[in-house]
Design a protein around this ligand. Sequence first.
Ligand code: DX5
Ligand code: ZN
Length: 227
Amino acid sequence: MILVDWLSMKKIQISPSILSADFSQLGNEIKKLEQGGADMIHVDVMDGHFVPNLTIGPPVIKRLRNCTKLPFDVHLMISPVHKYIEDYANAGADIITIHPEATEDLIESINLIKKLNKKVGVSLNPNTKLNIIDNILNKIDLVLIMSVFPGFGGQKFMPEVLEKIKSLKEIKEKNKLNFDIEVDGGINFENNKIVIDAGANILVSGTTIFKENNGNIKKNIDSLKLA
Ligand code: DX5
Ligand code: ZN
């Protein structure tokens, strides 16, 4: 691997999803993730409309904000999304990731997130083609590739998204872009290496981090990042 490649290589980061945490202890669970070496906290916001599940919103995120200094990697699985973006920015989100399938004007929403001085992510469902975001890749900080259909934790990883991750990595390198490639859904100790080798530099995981090895969070995070 030549030096330039090596330099452009990004450290593998882990963004644990609190969807799999004990919701009656969210503050303590976030503290345990921080102590276990999480790089950021993946907050799955679901509205029961864009996805068939309902989780938390700005008031809860605002309360959780004081529990950790780690970045909040907020995954908005809501539609409509544009009119709520500012609420999540004010609640303490650091990365705001939206689905193109949930907004009429993706550019307008991207510009709003940037105006609010937050990092902007765009998430693609497993059946959404890469080419719908070709023209905005130079405007965003992160692409979140869904390896399950969004809505629930504990689902099985869909290997057909590996080609999408590889294609995205090629586009990124060819155009010398710098966005992060984050993969979300069914990530475990069997598939983490193939996902990283395909081009991901951030892994989201809920079930594996909270449930494996009797819930040893540090061991699970270290194992996922191939530490
Ligand atoms: C699913 C969420 C994912 C999910 C990941 O809609 O976006 O972040 O919580 O959980 P696991 O790792 O259990 O698949
Ligand atoms: Zn998510």
